[in-house]
Design a protein around this ligand. Structure first.
Ligand code: ZN
Length: 230
């Protein structure tokens, strides 16, 4: 009986959430609707949980790319895209000074914040945030971030427990330093992968794609999006 009540309550909450999100999305389309929005825009949900009154509040924002932090490793070494996504969606503690007003307490309180993807775009642009700005300088991380070429599952960062699969079709690379750099691209077409470097285009094999210069990844949603995760 108690479990039924809990399940029903959480069903009502998630229903209300998806209605709120859908209303915000509709509002957005009234202002801005184009083929670019259809392909590249998604919706991000930011959930705040007040530590004083336990009130949850949600805000929904449109995004055109996900900017992911790269986890710091004291020993160097490589990290995975999954670890960057986990860090991005990890619950974050906000102190009073940095938190927004709690709607219920009507003042700033300590709270936790968590980001998740409410609406998945057709094409997701993933920016590996290699450049960090500190007070005095900008630095670039050259950590090797490994990423899947097919079946990237973003389902765990979304609202429902089902797989949301993406396949990679392009990479933008940044070579060089903060002061002097050079951009190249790897793109997939019907003949396979090609490397675009200024005016030269050369074929590439799949195992040449992953380098520590990978900077922006372009993933397209694959057709098998309704698989239920076990
Ligand atoms: Zn509160």
């Amino acid at each position: 009986m108690w479990l039924d009540f809990v399940l029903f309550h959480s069903f009502l909450i998630s229903k209300r959430l998806s209605e709120e999100a859908a209303a915000m999305w509709k509002k957005h389309l009234e202002r801005d609707d184009s083929i670019i929005v259809d392909l590249f825009s998604g919706q991000l949900r930011s959930s705040l949980h007040c530590s004083v009154c336990s009130h949850y509040s949600n805000t929904f924002d449109v995004f055109c790319d996900l900017s992911l932090p790269i986890p710091k490793r004291s020993s160097g070494g490589e990290v995975t895209l999954r670890e960057c996504l986990d860090l991005f969606s990890q619950e974050e503690k906000l102190d009073k000074e940095n938190s927004p007003m709690c709607e219920r307490c009507n003042r700033r309180t300590e709270c936790t914040k968590r980001l998740s993807i409410q609406r998945f775009p057709q094409v997701i642009v993933i920016h590996l945030n290699r450049f960090t700005t500190s007070r005095w300088s900008i630095s670039k991380s050259t950590v090797y971030v490994s990423f899947p070429l097919t079946n990237l599952d973003l389902g765990p960062y979304g609202p429902a427990d089902c797989a949301v699969l993406y396949d990679l079709y392009a990479i933008c690379n940044h070579a060089g330093t903060v002061n002097m750099g050079h951009y190249t691209a790897c793109c997939l077409d019907e003949n396979g992968w090609c490397f675009y470097n200024d005016s030269s285009v050369t074929p590439l094999t799949e195992n040449q794609l992953q380098t520590n210069q990978a900077y922006v990844l372009f993933y397209q949603r694959s057709n098998s999006t309704t698989t239920i995760r076990k």
